[in-house]
Design a protein around this ligand. Structure first.
Ligand SMILES: [Zn+2]
Length: 126
C-alpha cells in the first residue's frame, strides 16, 4: 500500500504515469519513475505578444531606418511604407537616426510601454 503522506491534500497531486498520489514538488514519481511536470509552465498572460526591445528597435533604426525597418518592428507599418517611398530623399534616414537615439535613451520598460500602446499603422513612438 501507499505510505500515508503527512502533508495536506493541497500539496498533493497525482502521478501522470500511474495515478498514485505524489507530493506537488516531486520531480519524478517514486512509484513508476515517470517525470512530473509542475504547473508553473503556463502563465495566464500567454496571449500577450512579446515585449519589444528598445535595443533592437534602436539598432534597426540606426542601421536600416532609411527604409523604415524599425517602424515595421514597432508595428507602425504605415510609416514603414512612407519611409520606403521617401528613402531616396534620405529624409527617413535622418529622422530614423534621431528616432534610434531616442529609442536607446528611453528606459526599456518605458519603451515597451510605448510600443505596447501603438494603435494602428501610423502611430508614432516617441
Ligand atoms: Zn507513477
Amino acid at each position: 500500500m501507499d505510505q500515508a503522506p503527512e502533508t495536506t491534500i493541497s500539496q498533493m497531486t497525482y502521478c501522470h504515469g500511474c495515478s498514485k498520489p505524489l507530493h506537488i514538488t516531486a520531480v519524478a514519481c517514486p512509484q513508476c519513475g515517470s517525470p512530473q511536470r509542475q504547473g508553473r509552465a503556463s502563465p495566464p498572460n500567454t496571449q500577450l505578444p512579446p515585449e519589444k526591445s528598445k535595443v533592437t528597435a534602436g539598432i534597426l533604426a540606426l542601421l536600416l531606418g532609411g527604409i523604415g525597418i524599425h517602424k515595421f518592428y514597432t508595428g507602425a507599418w504605415g510609416w514603414g511604407i512612407v519611409y520606403i517611398v521617401l528613402c531616396l530623399t534620405y529624409i527617413p534616414a535622418l529622422v530614423a537616426l534621431v528616432e534610434g537615439i531616442r529609442y536607446l535613451t528611453l528606459k526599456q520598460p518605458e519603451f515597451a510601454q510605448k510600443a505596447a500602446r501603438m494603435d494602428g499603422p501610423f502611430a508614432f513612438l516617441w
